[in-house]
Design a protein around this ligand. Structure first.
Ligand SMILES: Nc1ncnc2c1ncn2[C@@H]1O[C@H](COP(=O)(O)OP(=O)(O)OP(=O)(O)O)[C@@H](O)[C@H]1O
Ligand SMILES: [Mg+2]
Length: 264
């Protein structure tokens, strides 16, 4: 598949590549639907290295990171073996480890990764006593949604091990470009209208009228796709407005929708 992540701020892609090529850890910061996972997948393709992912939540524990013991039957005998988890697999294979929503994990769980994330590139597996040293090519990309409910501030020592790239809003032109490649909507005038609508949403976000999620690229791709099969005003409800809880936000977006598309 071709490169997918696209941003008017070209330093994002370029710097992500520089950071990873130098063997350093990369932290992508940005609201939901801003392209963090897409950028990580592009990097994996460009570096020709597979990705092993962890999705963090309060339930993430040492086992979901490192692996677990299990009993296997070998020629009638029981044997305890260890099934490697994503961290150890990525280290042994020299692959990319993608830690999604790293600030959702309980703060006491992640320090186990500290030695793997610094110059030592090792981990001592407390479940087996093994010391694993990462193969050449092992890299870590983590993603955080800032200000998201349930997130915790990242532990300083952990944060200190990353180089940070913030994914800001894409410009109107960049959004149009993204829609052209990723949406089934091929009508350029509708794409341009959606791109204009996106800049209005961004302005409203910057003024604090609506939350960042409302203007995510993901929702706008949905809007463009749905608009090929239903009136765009209804598509706005499905893709954007009805995802929100706040009546005030809904109303603000409805106004913007009416201004941009009319209410057919
Ligand atoms: N800058 C971008 N360039 C190209 N595609 C983008 C961009 N931003 C978002 N997208 C598209 O929007 C959708 C959501 O992107 P992605 O899954 O990467 O977001 P995310 O930041 O990882 O969100 P979350 O925090 O919810 O996981 C995908 O279909 C992706 O292709
Ligand atoms: Mg993601």
């Amino acid at each position: 598949m071709a490169i997918q992540f696209f941003h008017n701020d070209e330093t994002i892609r370029g710097d992500a590549m520089i950071i990873l090529s130098l063997g350093k850890n990369l932290l992508l910061k940005g609201p939901t639907g801003a392209g963090k996972t897409r950028l990580a997948e592009d990097m994996s393709r460009e570096l020709d290295q597979p990705i092993h992912s962890i999705n963090c939540s309060v339930d993430v524990d040492i086992e979901s990171l490192l692996g677990f013991k299990t009993i296997e039957y070998m020629e009638g005998r029981q044997e305890i073996t260890f099934i490697d988890g994503p961290v150890i697999r990525a280290m042994k294979e020299g692959a990319i480890l993608y830690i999604d929503e790293i600030n959702m994990a309980r703060p006491e769980v992640l320090p186990i990764l500290n030695a793997a994330l610094d110059y030592r590139r090792t981990i001592t597996n407390p479940l087996t006593g093994d010391v694993i040293t990462a193969e050449q090519g092992f890299r870590v990309i983590a993603a955080i949604n800032v200000g998201y409910v349930g997130t915790m501030p990242m532990n300083e020592a952990l944060l200190n091990r990353f180089n940070v790239i913030e994914l800001g809003y894409v410009s109107k032109e960049a959004l149009a470009e993204i829609l052209k490649t990723q949406s089934i909507q091929k009508d350029e005038s509708i794409i341009d209208e959606i791109a204009q609508f996106h800049s209005d949403l961004v302005t409203m976000t910057e003024q604090g009228q609506i939350s960042q999620e409302a203007s995510s690229v993901r929702s706008l791709i949905d809007l463009a796709d749905l608009s090929t099969k239903m009136p765009i005003s209804r598509a706005c409800y499905r893709a954007i407005i009805d995802k929100l809880d706040s009546e005030q936000e809904k109303k603000a977006i409805l106004n913007a929708t009416e201004l941009q598309f009319g209410m057919g």
